[in-house]
Design a binder for this molecule. Structure first.
Ligand code: IPE
Ligand code: IPE
Ligand code: MG
Length: 258
């Protein structure tokens, strides 16, 4: 059972409760550098990072956020050493298992975004189990964590395009795709686009994350490394988001005639 669950941990003093993003996406970056700072191997940072994710999931749930999508392993991260990749996969497996054990009790849905077909059989079985449990959680307006494993934004779009093309080819669809319908071919089908995208770890790039879905997301960057990203850090990001002027290409009502 997670330590962080009770409302007394809520620090959201300055947050406007009427303007909470429905969907927050986070690039979990900085695990390796954090471990180095501690004089520990990079793998130590990944274990700590997984804990930070768990804590933040419960916090998001308590704030009434509906979706938290986190980038845990990209299609490019296979370039890392075998030891690092294997350790990350092991940690992901452990956390999926914990998730499976607690999902029903905590009423948390979990989804995996990414090409899982190349993961180990054990991990694939855990992903399958997670999806089956999801179907048993029927809460309206609840909380869902989306874990991106072997995920790439370009890969996701190409897969969607291939699926659509196949349907047109075999005659089950017209060649009349709208933007909204295209979203339905992505891993995030049925989920609103993230209003807020957070990147800890100091870098200011997307690194192939949610390329389609972030078309109008507000970006928030911080130098805080992911293992040190606490609920208070999330508060800061949400407060910054709430100060943004989201125009979506239009102009503000009061400056329309000037
Ligand atoms: C993010 O932390 C986790 C993964 C990409 C798997 P990093 O491992 O990229 O940590 P840094 O950026 O090297 O510090
Ligand atoms: C992005 O972090 C991918 C994940 C957090 C899973 P990286 O550390 O792989 O990104 P770059 O290499 O700094 O762009
Ligand atoms: Mg990194």
């Amino acid at each position: 059972m997670a330590e962080f669950k009770r409302s007394e941990h809520i620090t959201a003093g300055e947050i406007d409760r009427n303007n909470i993003p429905r969907h927050i996406a986070i690039i979990l970056d900085g695990n390796g550098r954090w471990a180095k700072e501690q004089g520990k191997p990079r793998t130590f940072g990944h274990a700590k990072g997984a804990e930070a994710f768990r804590t933040l999931s419960y916090y998001c749930q308590s704030l009434g956020i509906n979706y938290l999508t986190v980038y845990a392993f990209s299609t490019e991260n296979w370039k890392r050493s075998k030891l690092e990749v294997n350790t990350i996969m092991k940690i992901l497996g452990q956390y999926l298992q914990i998730g499976i054990d607690e999902m029903i009790e905590d009423q948390i849905k979990m989804r995996i975004f990414g090409d899982v077909s190349v993961l180990s059989k054990d991990l694939q079985a855990l992903v399958q189990k997670t999806n089956e449990l999801d179907d048993q959680i029927q809460i309206e307006d609840g909380f869902q964590a989306n874990l991106c494993i072997n995920y790439g934004g370009r890969d996701e779009i190409v897969r969607a395009a291939r699926r659509y093309a196949e349907e047109v080819k075999n005659g089950t669809r017209e060649n009349d795709l709208s933007e909204e319908e295209f979203s339905g071919y992505l891993y995030s089908a049925g989920i609103p686009d993230p209003e807020l995208l957070i990147r800890p770890g100091g870098e200011k790039r997307l690194s192939n994350f949610l390329l389609w879905q972030c078309a109008y997301s507000e970006f928030y960057y911080t130098d805080t490394l992911w293992p040190e990203f606490t609920p208070a850090e999330l508060d800061k990001a949400i407060i910054a988001y709430q100060k943004r002027d989201r125009r979506f290409g239009g102009v503000k009502e009061d400056s329309k005639h000037g």
